[in-house]
Write a protein that binds this ligand. Structure first.
Ligand code: SF4
Length: 308
């Protein structure tokens, strides 16, 4: 019986790989716990989602016979100022662990199910690692029953569910679950159709997320059509991520922000490589993302950062 330690840099969300590893080792009769730097382990798994977060050793030396590291955070390097995903460093879970029912008891503070029904995305956006990591085709990789057992809420991590050929069948499964669904990575507004909007209307969800990342692509008509057909009317429940500081001018950022607001969506500014962003981008983000300010100051040029 081995003693297994688990560590993740993801603190506000349960780590899916760790929950799967935990289930696998518990099935074998091993003891599993979150890493304690004072304890010696036979094996420690470190899972890193972000490249900019500190590693597990920051809080002390890991005492273990073996350490296995995996996750996107270990595979990203900066080349010419851009994040590049190094596929050769990526460690995939073996099939029998990838498809195991996650050990949710590892995170007793969370009571939802979490997982991927699809992986991959055909878009290949330059700032996103999904295409390189998971492939340029969205395909179904699991059934809901693989990670859901009647929990009241399901958080989906799919990068572009609507790009999957079977997405209508999947949406129907989600309707049938009667669980509240959170599409945490958002939905691709360009792939919404009258048919899938009708299905989305039947899904229990608190809010929907979309993105308008490319300023050279005018998505106004897509957002307009969705607004007209969706049961969700409140702008607080229709959030749209607006990527800035990546191939766009402030004027192009403002066009997307104003258009979305006029169409009844809540824009939410994301800054590419925030640590390198200049003051105007940071101001823009603060103005938009602080809802109180955004509602009371109509135009960005009227926003006085010092007064907030
Ligand atoms: S559409 Fe989304 S998931 Fe797909 S490549 Fe672009 S950012 Fe990534």
């Amino acid at each position: 019986m081995a003693k297994i330690g688990l560590w993740s840099d993801y603190h506000n969300f349960p780590s899916l790989p760790l929950m799967k590893l935990s289930a696998y080792h518990k099935q074998k009769g091993d003891t599993v716990e979150m890493l304690n730097h004072l304890v010696h382990y036979d094996l420690v798994y470190c899972s890193k989602t972000f490249s900019f977060t500190p590693d597990a050793e920051t809080n002390g030396i890991i005492q273990a016979d073996e350490i296995i590291r995996g996750g996107t955070g270990y595979c990203i390097s900066i080349v010419d100022g851009k994040e590049v995903f190094n596929k050769s460093k990526d460690v995939e879970l073996p099939k029998e662990i990838e498809h195991i029912y996650p050990d949710y008891s590892l995170y007793p503070n969370y009571n939802y199910a979490v997982g991927f029904l699809t992986r991959g995305c055909p878009r290949g956006c330059g700032f996103c690692i999904v295409g390189c990591k998971e492939g340029l085709c969205s395909r179904q990789v699991a059934d809901l029953s693989e990670f859901w057992r009647e929990q009241k809420e399901i958080k989906l991590l799919d990068p572009n569910l609507l790009a999957c050929q079977e997405h209508e069948k999947i949406l129907q499964q989600l309707i049938n679950s009667e669980a509240r669904i959170d599409f945490t990575q958002g939905l691709d507004i360009r792939l919404t159709t009258p048919d899938n909007i009708a299905l989305l209307n039947k899904i229990k969800t608190q809010r929907l997320h979309f993105a308008w990342d490319n300023p050279k692509q005018d998505l106004t008509d897509y957002f307009k059509r969705f607004s007209e057909s969706s049961k969700i009317k409140s702008c607080d429940k229709k959030i749209v991520y607006v990527l800035t500081n990546y191939n766009s001018s402030i004027d192009e950022d403002l066009y997307r922000i104003y258009t979305l607001r006029d169409l009844g969506y809540n824009p939410y500014v994301m800054i590419y490589q925030k640590e390198r962003a200049d003051r105007p981008h940071r101001d823009l983000q603060r103005w938009v993302n602080c809802r109180l300010i955004f509602r009371s100051v109509n135009k960005f040029e009227d926003y006085d950062r010092k007064k907030g």
